[in-house]
Design a protein around this ligand. Structure first.
Ligand code: ZN
Ligand code: ZN
Length: 736
């Protein structure tokens, strides 16, 4: 594996819970997508320079946005001709351009910059591509022409010079020119500035040139652009709505979780009872669904020895993304005692061998003219030689014997070991597979676990429930034969669809990432036939099941094709929930085999899947999706029984209702206080209690309850038994 570089070695760590990019790090798509209230984190090291291949893949919207960055630079230069520009790529939801300028651009400047941008768009200038030599480009940068409207003597295009140096020899160097603005850029853009349908500047941040804090700090001006005004307005409306539905805000208001940085640690959420109730409801759903689909459940420890992760390939490549190891020495005391004993024995031998060494050295000097110097180790060897030759007796002979014995014992002690918190569950499940001899009759074996994993995320990257350091994953690994693969993979997809229906997820796409022939042996494990076979199998399943998917070449995981599952929340924001992955390499590394019909041992295929992702992320998504107004089956407090007044008989009647609901496993609380019923209802509404059962004297006499639904108001009085039966049924069916 040594010939793979650090980047291409990353994919083995990809897993259902780490969507799209291993450890989310490379493009940080997820982060930009979700951190909608905090200013964007702009000071992380940037992804490497986009390759021409990446650029060719830019979507129409990305082209519009990147073109808008050129137009913004044009506008800024009209206002501040001395501005120096660095990089201006499209990003998730928009674009930015980094600029060096003595004037601090603030949102108050946006209107006048936008005014100038409008002029440039109205002029409808062509984005003209010009190929130049490196010499010409250096000359133009020196004159200040690059990233400028004119030559600017004494103000050279210093960042463009730096960017030029990053263009590999042999790659064409190109400019793009719109109106007077000339920029070093490989494109692509839209045809004309007039193709930018709608745009808006959004924020200012700071960033280091090339993301390196040793470099100058620049102003990063963010904006966004769309095909037309309607799409842009819809986007900003969605952002507004997303702010209201921010899972951190609602999570706190509802008392779902707490991140106790001081005592527990950053990124380690505590599920409070109400959040715990949602966790339980989701696990119950997963357990039922998986049980019906023939899965078996396992439980594995939260940590494992170093050997586990060197075998899986996590170590040493991902060491920085794992919590540091705990050193464990099971024989520490014994080892220490032996080492101390060896030291004492060796000191005795050194003393004993001193005169022998001295005599030897003198004799050597007489013979050769040079006097050797004996180290302590040398002296110990001398003594041991004499002992072995039978030239030592009495106490020293005992010392020699003891030393030999002590050293042997030390050697026989198992070495100290590092234990790591698990970063993913697969290696543990592989060992479960390996725990018993397996035959083809045991396959498919579907091992499921809500496993907790731990990842060391940089503190600056932590974000509410979305990016955390401990993750409860809806994990499972399916070990199967090639013949079984299609059915198994299809069943996994169907499970996704079933979940989408339950959660009212109407819009989704499965992003099917495949390998590329050029990447074999580098970015991808070098098994051309297996790649072709598994990719064909996956593609066929996707086509046959008529599932909504797109195929993305050259983005597979290291050890097999994968499918990222992207869903849209009810307000239209995109989330990457999970990844399905085919793995034809790692089971072999762990030596996993099954005995086939023909009595030979074969390696199973492994499907990694986690449809509900992690509790942390999935509940974060659900909070936004439902704005905290969970359906009855998921609601932390499903029912609250409220009395009108606190009459003794009435309270007794209400208590009976609570008792009956709780006997049916309904999460039910009560409010029997003396205060006014309107106040009680208001409190329940504020806590987003799904169903309020209001009982007064008249209800009691009729054996009825008045039902109120959160956000919907009174839906009328009904017989008590009917209401309870309906609540229980709604939960059982997981009605939306
Ligand atoms: Zn460009
Ligand atoms: Zn896995």
């Amino acid at each position: 594996m040594r010939h793979f570089d650090a980047v291409s070695i990353r994919p083995p760590f990809l897993h259902p819970c780490y969507p799209r990019n291993p450890w989310f790090k490379v493009f940080s798509l997820f982060h930009a997508n979700h951190d909608y209230t905090a200013p964007m984190q702009s000071d992380k090291p940037e992804a490497q320079r986009k390759t021409l291949d990446d650029r060719a893949k830019m979507s129409e919207l990305e082209r519009i946005r990147h073109s808008a960055a050129h137009v913004m630079a044009t506008a800024i230069l009209r206002l501040w001709p001395e501005a120096q520009f660095a990089a201006g790529p499209p990003v998730e939801n928009g674009f930015y351009y980094d600029v060096d300028l003595p004037h601090r651009i603030s949102p108050e400047d946006f209107a006048k910059i936008e005014e100038e941008m409008k002029k440039e768009i109205k002029a409808n200038n062509v984005f003209e591509k010009i190929i130049v030599t490196r010499e010409q480009a250096i000359k133009d940068a020196e004159s200040g022409r690059l990233g400028g409207l004119t030559e600017r003597p004494g103000n050279k295009s210093k960042f463009k010079l730096g960017n030029l140096a990053d263009i590999p020899e042999g790659e064409p160097i190109s400019y793009f020119k719109n109106g007077d603005f000339l920029d070093l850029c490989a494109g692509p853009h839209v045809m004309r500035t007039g193709n930018i349908g709608a745009f808006k500047l959004t924020q200012v941040a700071s960033a280091y040139y090339k993301g390196d804090e040793k470099n100058p700090q620049l102003q990063r001006i963010y904006g966004t652009a769309f095909k037309n005004k309607t799409e842009m307005e819809a986007y900003f409306k969605m952002i507004e709505e997303a702010k209201k539905r921010d899972h951190r805000k609602i999570g706190e208001e509802m008392g779902l979780y707490k991140i106790d940085t001081e005592y527990v640690g950053p990124g380690l959420p505590l599920w409070l009872p109400k959040g715990g109730a949602i966790v339980e409801a989701l696990e119950q759903l997963a357990k039922e669904t998986e049980f019906q689909a023939g899965y078996v459940r396992v439980k594995t420890p939260h940590l494992a020895r170093e050997k586990m992760y060197t075998t899986s390939g996590h170590l040493p490549y991902y060491a920085e993304s794992m919590f540091p190891p705990m050193e464990m020495d099971e024989h520490r005391d014994e080892r220490k005692a032996l080492e101390a004993n060896v030291a004492i024995l060796e000191t005795t031998l050194v003393k004993f061998a001193d005169p022998i060494a001295k005599a030897k050295a003198e004799q050597r000097q007489l013979e050769t003219g040079t006097k050797p110097i004996y180290t302590n180790d040398g002296k110990i060897s001398l003594a041991m030689e004499q002992f072995k030759a039978g030239g030592v007796s009495g106490e020293i002979a005992t010392v020699c014997r003891d030393l030999t014995e002590a050293k042997q014992k030390l050697k026989s002690l198992p070495p100290a070991d590092g234990y790591f918190l698990k970063a993913m569950n697969c290696p543990h499940h592989h060992r479960v597979f390996a725990a018993e001899p397996r035959s083809y009759r045991d396959l498919p074996l579907r091992l499921a676990e809500y496993g907790t994993c731990y990842r060391y995320e940089q503190s600056g990257e932590l974000f509410g429930l979305m990016r955390v350091r401990s993750l409860n994953m809806n994990d499972a690994h399916i070990y199967c034969t090639e013949e079984q693969f299609s059915d198994e993979f299809n069943a996994v997809n169907e499970m996704y669809l079933k979940y989408f229906k339950i959660f009212g997820i109407d819009k989704y796409v499965m992003r099917f990432s495949t390998s590329s022939p050029e990447g074999l042996g580098k970015k991808y494990v070098n098994e051309p036939e297996l790649w072709k076979k598994t990719e064909d199998m996956v593609r066929k399943v996707l086509i046959d099941s008529k599932i909504n998917f797109i195929e993305v070449p050259n983005e597979a995981a290291f050890y097999g094709p994968k499918i990222d599952v992207q869903v849209w929340s009810v307000i239209g924001r995109e989330f990457t929930l999970a990844t399905n992955q085919v793995d034809f390499a790692v089971p072999a590394k762990f030596g996993l085999t099954y005995r086939d019909k023909d009595n030979t041992d074969k390696t199973p295929l492994c499907i990694h899947r986690a449809p509900l992702g992690t509790h942390e992320r999935f509940i974060g998504f659900l909070i936004e999706h439902y704005a905290g107004n969970f359906p009855l089956w998921l609601a932390p407090e499903q029912v609250r029984v409220i009395t009108i007044g606190d009459d003794e008989k009435l309270v007794a009647y209400a208590k009976e209702i609570v008792k009956e609901l709780r006997a049916n496993m309904v999460r039910c609380d009560s409010d029997f206080g003396t205060d006014k019923v309107n106040g009680k209802i208001l409190r329940a509404e504020e806590s987003k209690v799904h169903t309020m059962l209001v009982v007064g004297g008249r209800d009691m006499d009729a054996g009825a309850v008045s039902v109120r639904l959160h956000g919907k108001g009174n839906v009328g009085a009904k017989p008590k038994g009917e209401v309870i039966a309906d609540i229980v049924q709604s939960i059982k069916e997981r009605r939306p």
